[in-house]
Design a protein around this ligand. Structure first.
Ligand SMILES: Nc1nc2c(ncn2[C@@H]2O[C@H](COP(=O)(O)OP(=O)(O)O)[C@@H](O)[C@H]2O)c(=O)[nH]1
Ligand SMILES: [Mg+2]
Length: 395
C-alpha cells in the first residue's frame, strides 16, 4: 500500500582532481549484469548505486518479488542515491566555489565519502604534487565544512540567544542539513556548551559545528587511484589516515570494467577480481586489459566495498523487510518481500512505521515479527533481516 521511495543519500566530496566524478560514474553505471533493470540518473550529478546484501528469501525458502530494490541470485541490491558534489578547496567556506547547489547536495546526504589521492600526486588544492599527505585533504575538507556550518549558526546567533529551546531553534536554522535534535544535543554536550539562550563565541560555535559534523555526517575515506600508488604510498597512507574509515579503491579501473562490460566486450560482475574477454580486441585495448588484470591480481577495485561501507557500516545499519501479510510475507498487492529498508541500528518497530508513513506510526498498535509469528511492542528493537508487519488502527 505504501511505497518506500526514500533512498539513503551518499555525497561524494573532496578536493578537485581526486577522481570524484570517475568514482561517481563507476558506482552509478549499471554493468551488463543489471542493465535490464530500470536505471535512472536523476540529475547530471545524481545517480543510483546498489548496495548488496544477502536477501532474506533464502532463509525463508521463498522467492521474493522486490519493489524498492532488486534481487539477483539471492543477493538483494538496494538502491542508494549518489551525489557527485562540486570540489572543495581551502577557503571554500568564504564562498569560493560554494554555490547553492553545493549546499543542497551536501545537506541531504546522510553519509559522506571523501575521495583522496592515494598516490600522493595531487595536493589539497588539487594541484600536482609528489608524496602529498592525504590527511591534509581530510583536515581541509572537515575544516571547510565546519566553518561553513559555524558561519550559518553565527549569523543566527542574535535570534538563537533569545530561544529557551535552543536545540529546536537550531534544528530549524539548520533545516535541510538533516540533523536531529538528538544529534544537536549530543554535539553541544561534546563541546560542553548549553543550548538554552545560547551566547556562543566564534570559537565555541566552531567547536560545536565540528562536533555536529562528526556526529551527524559519518565520513568514509576513499583512497582512490590506488592503481597508481606504490607500496610506499600505501604504507604512508596507513600512517597518515590512522583512525579514519578508509577503503582503497580505483574508480578508473572499475569504470573501465563496467564500460566495456556494458559494450558487450567483456563479461564482468562488479566486485569480482576477474573478467572474461568476449570479442576480438585491439592491441591498445589488450594493453589496457593487461593493466587491469595485473591490478586485479593484487586487489579488487574497492568500489563495491565503498558502496556497502556507506550503506551499512555506519551506525550499525541493518536491513528490515516490512510486509502486510505475516504468513505469506507479502505486501497489499501480493509481492513477496517487496521492500528492503535500511535502518539505523537501535531503530524500533515504531521507527520503521514512521519511515513507511507518518500516519502508520501515529495509529500504530503493535507489530508482528513475521518470522517467529509473534507480536512485538512498538518499542521492539529491530534486528538485521527482520520481517515485520506493522499493525495500525488506520485503515
Ligand atoms: N590512475 C587513476 N586515475 C584516476 C582514477 N580516478 C580518476 N582518475 C583520473 O584523475 C583525473 C581527475 O578525475 P575526476 O574524476 O575528474 O576528478 P574530480 O575532479 O575529483 O571529479 C582524471 O584524469 C581521471 O582519469 C583512478 O582510480 N586511477
Ligand atoms: Mg568532478
Amino acid at each position: 500500500m505504501f511505497f518506500m521511495s526514500e533512498h539513503m543519500i551518499v555525497g561524494i566530496i573532496g578536493a578537485p582532481n581526486k577522481g570524484k566524478s570517475t568514482l561517481f560514474s563507476a558506482m552509478t553505471m549499471a554493468s551488463a549484469e543489471i542493465a535490464d533493470y530500470p536505471f535512472t540518473t536523476i540529475k547530471p550529478n545524481h545517480g543510483i548505486a546498489y548496495a548488496a546484501r544477502q536477501c532474506v528469501e533464502r532463509e525463508l525458502h521463498i522467492k521474493c518479488k522486490p519493489r524498492n530494490s532488486m534481487c539477483v541470485d539471492g543477493t538483494r541490491l538496494i538502491p542508494i542515491d549518489i551525489v557527485d558534489v562540486a570540489g572543495l578547496v581551502p577557503g571554500a567556506h568564504l564562498g569560493k566555489g560554494m554555490g547553492n547547489q553545493f549546499l543542497n547536495d551536501i545537506c541531504g546526504a546522510s553519509v559522506l565519502i571523501q575521495v583522496v589521492d592515494a598516490s600522493g600526486k595531487s595536493d589539497a588544492n588539487g594541484n600536482r604534487a609528489e608524496g602529498a599527505d592525504a590527511y591534509d585533504e581530510v583536515k581541509m575538507v572537515k575544516e571547510e565544512l565546519s566553518l561553513w556550518l559555524a558561519d550559518i549558526i553565527s549569523r543566527h546567533m542574535p535570534k538563537l540567544s533569545k530561544e529557551e529551546d535552543g536545540a529546536k531553534a537550531l534544528r530549524e536554522v539548520l533545516s535541510g542539513f538533516k540533523v536531529s535534535e538528538y544529534d544537536i544535543k549530543k554535539a553541544a554536550s561534546a563541546a560542553t556548551l548549553t543550548l538554552s539562550k545560547m551566547k556562543w563565541s566564534t570559537a565555541e560555535t566552531q567547536k560545536f559545528s565540528s562536533e555536529l559534523l562528526r556526529i551527524s555526517k559519518p565520513m568514509i575515506i576513499a583512497a582512490n587511484k590506488i592503481d597508481k600508488a606504490t607500496d610506499e604510498d600505501i604504507k604512508r597512507l596507513a600512517v597518515s589516515l590512522k583512525g579514519c574509515d578508509v577503503i582503497l579503491c580505483s574508480g578508473m579501473v572499475e569504470l573501465a570494467l563496467r564500460k566495456t562490460s556494458k559494450e558487450g566486450k567483456i563479461n564482468y560482475v562488479p566486485g569480482e577480481r576477474n573478467f572474461e574477454v568476449l570479442e576480438d580486441i585491439s592491441a591498445e585495448q589488450a594493453g589496457a586489459f593487461e593493466y587491469i588484470r595485473r591490478f586485479l591480481a593484487k586487489r579488487s577495485t574497492g568500489v563495491n566495498e565503498l558502496i556497502n561501507e556507506a550503506a551499512f557500516s555506519r551506525e550499525g545499519n541493518i536491513v528490515v523487510y516490512p510486509v502486510e501479510d505475516e504468513n505469506k510475507f507479502t505486501d497489499h498487492f501480493g509481492n513477496t518481500l517487496p521492500d528492503a529498508v535500511v535502518m539505523k541500528g537501535g531503530s524500533t518497530a515504531m521507527d520503521l512505521a514512521a519511515k513507511i508513513h507518518s500516519e502508520l506510526a501515529v495509529n500504530m498498535i503493535y507489530a508482528v515479527d513475521a518470522k517467529k509469528k509473534i507480536r512485538v511492542a512498538k518499542d521492539y528493537v529491530l534486528k538485521d533481516n527482520d520481517v515485520i508487519k506493522i499493525v495500525s488502527a488506520a485503515k
